[in-house]
Design a protein around this ligand. Structure first.
Ligand code: GDD
Ligand code: MG
Length: 327
């Protein structure tokens, strides 16, 4: 089967980190985030994945190449102007292999442990034209609110509703019939959430939801981005792109940590990072070349490449730009 990965968003909530690196390429547990999604697709038996890029498009192919190292065949399509989620799907479809098989579409910022094969099987057994992975959250306002009936049929799709009618939301992974993809108008901005799904429902087409409450996280905010790395490194969620090392931290072999420092709680230190005497780095993502001074305390933070955290600095829930110098 083939998949389209939507990786063209601007990642505005993760600025300034996303000014230099697109959100799907930010490091999570030692590799660009999207590596975890690609490895999951490979493990689920997918062979061809089309990356739908726009913002900072060039960095994806530069890193992943033809995908052989992941056991995948990767294609890249670029939107010169972002076409929205629906327009991106339509644009990416041109790079799919031919045939009538349904296609899987995934948001490029979701870490999920759900059973993709079961979702595809449901699509086939129900005869739906679109099958959506759904999860339950406490506050549905930031998501697509997707109520279903007792049989799992989707009743409505309300993107970012101020007063959600349900706590059940769109988890950002769809199985779509090729006819659904082909019906999206080409070369224009379309939102799959605000236009395509509501139009299918208005036309009475069968759209089915698959509720799977295994691990799920949208890494679009700084707190969630940091949490994703911590959860993989501490084993809360398994990723085929992360090999557990018997500890609850990931320290690149080229990083240097003073023996009196403590690096704990799911922290990942990138290449060349230096951590000074007595410093504490907990539950944080530290990109390559960062220097953390003696006695600094860094908690639940994301530190951009080459930044310097001065001696004694105390950072909690912080996002530090690439190359910044603190303290
Ligand atoms: N190629 C391309 N072009 N990709 C895009 C574009 C575009 O114009 N716009 C967004 N994307 C990609 C983003 O890179 C991201 O991977 C994905 O599409 C979703 O965009 P977000 O900006 O992260 O959307 P969201 O998190 O507010 O909401 C979406 O995800 C929620 C679940 O995490 C929606 O699909 C919601 O319905 C859903 O609940
Ligand atoms: Mg998102």
């Amino acid at each position: 089967m083939q998949a389209i990965l939507l990786v063209g968003g601007q990642g505005t909530r993760l600025r300034p980190l996303t000014l230099t690196t697109p959100k799907p390429m930010l490091p999570v547990a030692g590799v660009p985030f999207v590596t975890h999604q690609l490895a999951r697709l490979a493990a689920a038996g997918f062979d061809h994945v089309v990356l739908a890029t726009s913002y900072r498009a060039e960095v994806f192919a530069a890193h992943f190449g033809d995908g052989a190292s992941l056991g995948l065949r990767l294609s890249y399509v670029v939107e010169t102007e972002p076409l929205g989620t629906g327009g991106a799907i339509r644009n990416a479809a041109a790079a799919l292999d031919g045939g009538d098989d349904p296609v899987v579409v995934q948001n490029g910022d979701v870490l999920s442990g759900h059973d993709l094969a079961a979702q595809v099987a449901t699509h086939e057994s129900t005869g739906a034209v679109a099958t959506l992975h759904l999860v339950t959250v406490e506050d549905a306002r930031a998501y697509g609110c997707v109520p279903t009936d007792a049989a799992g049929r989707v009743l409505a799709f309300h993107e970012k509703m101020p007063n959600p009618v349900s706590r059940q939301i769109n988890a950002g992974c769809y199985v779509l019939d090729r006819a659904v993809v082909d019906a999206i108008p080409a070369g224009t901005v379309v939102s799959v959430e605000r236009e395509t799904f509501p139009a299918l429902l208005a036309g009475g087409a069968p759209v089915v939801g698959v509720v799977d409450d295994s691990y799920w996280l949208d890494v679009g905010t700084p707190a969630a981005y940091v949490q994703a790395g911590v959860d993989i490194v501490t084993g809360v969620v398994a990723s085929p792109a992360y090999r557990p090392n018997g500890t609850d931290v990931l320290v690149d072999p080229t990083a240097t940590v003073d023996p009196s420092a403590s690096v704990v709680g799911g922290t990942a230190l990138g290449p060349g990072v230096e951590v000074g005497a007595g410093a504490v780095v907990a539950a944080s993502v530290v990109q390559h070349g960062v220097r953390i001074g003696a006695g600094a305390v860094v908690t639940r933070s994301a530190i951009g490449a080459g930044a310097v955290v001065g001696p004694g600095c105390v950072l909690a829930d912080a996002v530090v730009a690439d190359g910044a110098s603190l303290g």
